[in-house]
Design a protein around this ligand. Structure first.
Ligand code: NAP
Ligand code: G4F
Length: 342
C-alpha cells in the first residue's frame, strides 16, 4: 500500500488583495492547505475571499486566516512556528504608487522592511520552506523598455524604492543562507478584482456607471503612460510555477505589449458603445511627482524555464473588466430594488 503524499501548506501574505485571492483559489484547487495573513480592520476586508472561506466544521475546510501584520515581526515568528508552511508567498504591501508619495515612510516600512521581517521570521522559526517575493516592474522605473531580468533598476517612487530593497534582500537571503527564495518581477496585471483606485479598474467601473446613467465624468491624470497590462489569474499561476522549479531564480512575467492609458480608455469605452472623449476630464491630483513613462516586459525566461506565457492581452482584458463591472452593477441594482420593495 502506498502512503498518500503529505498535504502541502502555503502561507499567503496579502491574501485579501487581488493576487492573494486568486492565488488562494489556485492553491486550494491543487489540494494545498492555505493559510492567509489578514490585517485587523474596522470593517470587513475579506470580500475577495469570502466565497472560498468555509465554516471551520466543514469537511473541506482547508483555508485558515490569521490576524497579523508585516509591521509586527514577533507575530510573524509565532505564526510561522504555528503553521510550518512549505511555501510562503509574500504578496502583502502598500501597493499604490501615488499613495507612496503621500506615505513614504509607511510604504518603506511595510513594502520594504516587511519583507525582511518575514525572511527573518522564517530563519528564527527554522522553517524549511520556499519563498516568493512580489517584486515589481516599477523597480525599472526610468530605464527604457523592453525590460527583462538583467535590466538595471531606476525606481521613480517610494514604492519602487521599497520594492528594490525587498528584491535585493530576497536575493541576499538566497545567496547567504541557501533559502529557496525567488523574485517574481511582475508587470501590471489586472482583473475584475483589481482595487478601484488603480487606473484600469477606475476606468472600467466608470464605464459601467456611465452606461447606467450613474456618473457623467471621469477624472484622470497622465493618459500618455505606457503599461504592459496582463490578466491576474495567469500571473498567480506563474508565481506557483516559480516555486515548483528545481532552481531558485528571478523571473519577469509580462505580455510584452505596450498600450497607453488612452488606449485602455478606448478599449473600455468602445466595448460599451461609448466615446471616451465625451466623459474624461483631467485632474492634476492624479499626477505623480515623478512618473514611470513606459513599462514593457520581456517574459522569455519564464517562457523557456517555466513554460509560462500570457493568453489574455490588454484589449481583451479591458472587455473582461467592463463586462464584470456592468454585471456587478446589475446585481447591485437588483439587490437595491429588492430591498426597496421588501
Ligand atoms: P493589493 O490588491 O493592493 O493587495 C495588497 C495586500 O496587502 C492586501 O491584502 C492588503 O491587506 C495587504 N497589506 C497591506 N499592508 C499590509 C500590512 N501592513 N500587513 C499585512 N498585509 C498588508 O495588491 P495586488 O495587486 O494583489 O498585488 C500583490 C503584490 O504584488 C503587492 O505586493 C504588489 O505591490 C505586487 N505587485 C502587484 C502588481 C500588479 O500589477 N497588481 C505588479 C507587480 C507587483 P488589506 O486588504 O487589509 O488592505
Ligand atoms: O494603475 P496605476 O496606479 O498603476 P502603476 O502605478 O503602474 O502601479 C501598479 O503596477 C505596478 C507594476 O508596474 C505595481 F507594482 C503596483 O503595485 C501597481 O499595481 O497607474 C498606471 C498609470 C500611471 O502612469 C498613472 O500615472 O496610469 C496613470 N494614471 C492616469 N490617471 C492614473 C490615473 N493612475 C491612477 N491610479 N489613477 C488615475 O486617475
Amino acid at each position: 500500500m502506498t502512503t498518500p503524499a503529505p498535504i502541502k501548506r502555503a502561507l499567503i501574505t496579502g491574501i485579501t488583495g487581488q493576487d492573494g485571492s486568486y492565488l488562494a483559489e489556485l492553491l486550494l484547487s491543487k489540494g494545498y492547505e492555505v493559510h492567509g495573513l489578514i490585517r485587523r480592520s474596522s470593517s470587513f476586508n475579506t470580500a475577495r475571499i469570502d466565497h472560498i472561506y468555509q465554516p471551520a466544521q466543514a469537511d473541506d475546510h482547508r483555508l485558515f486566516l490569521h490576524f497579523a501584520d508585516l509591521s509586527d515581526g514577533s507575530r510573524l515568528v509565532t505564526l510561522l512556528n504555528e503553521i510550518q508552511p512549505h511555501e510562503v508567498y509574500n504578496l502583502a504591501a502598500q501597493s499604490h504608487v501615488r499613495v507612496s508619495f503621500d506615505e513614504p515612510e509607511y510604504t518603506g516600512d511595510v513594502t520594504g522592511l516587511g519583507t525582511i521581517r518575514l525572511l527573518e521570521a522564517i530563519r528564527a522559526a527554522h522553517i524549511d520552506c520556499r519563498f516568493y517575493q512580489a517584486s515589481s516592474s516599477e523597480m525599472f522605473g526610468a530605464t527604457p523598455p523592453p525590460q527583462n531580468e538583467e535590466t538595471p533598476f531606476y525606481p521613480r517612487s517610494p514604492y519602487g524604492v521599497a520594492k528594490v530593497y525587498s528584491y535585493w534582500i530576497t536575493r541576499n537571503y538566497r545567496e547567504a543562507y541557501g533559502l529557496f527564495a525567488v523574485n517574481g518581477i511582475l508587470f501590471n496585471h489586472e482583473s475584475p478584482r483589481r482595487g478601484g483606485t488603480f487606473v484600469t479598474r477606475k476606468i472600467t467601473r466608470a464605464v459601467a456607471r456611465i452606461k447606467a446613467g450613474l456618473q457623467s465624468e471621469l477624472y484622470l491624470g497622465n493618459l500618455d503612460a505606457v503599461r504592459d497590462w496582463g490578466y491576474a489569474p495567469e500571473y498567480v499561476e506563474g508565481m506557483w510555477r516559480m516555486l515548483q522549479h528545481d532552481e531558485p531564480t528571478d523571473y519577469v512575467l509580462a505580455t510584452n505589449t505596450a498600450y497607453t492609458v488612452r488606449d485602455f480608455l478606448q478599449f473600455s469605452f468602445e466595448h460599451a458603445g461609448l466615446d471616451w472623449e465625451k466623459y474624461v476630464r483631467f485632474d492634476d491630483r492624479y499626477l505623480r511627482p515623478t512618473e514611470v513613462d513606459a513599462l514593457v516586459g520581456d517574459f522569455g525566461r519564464a517562457q523557456s524555464l517555466l513554460g509560462w506565457e500570457p493568453k489574455v492581452l490588454t484589449p481583451r482584458l479591458a472587455q473582461i473588466m467592463v463586462d464584470a463591472d456592468v454585471a456587478a452593477l446589475d446585481v447591485e441594482g437588483r439587490h437595491y430594488v429588492d430591498q426597496v420593495q421588501s
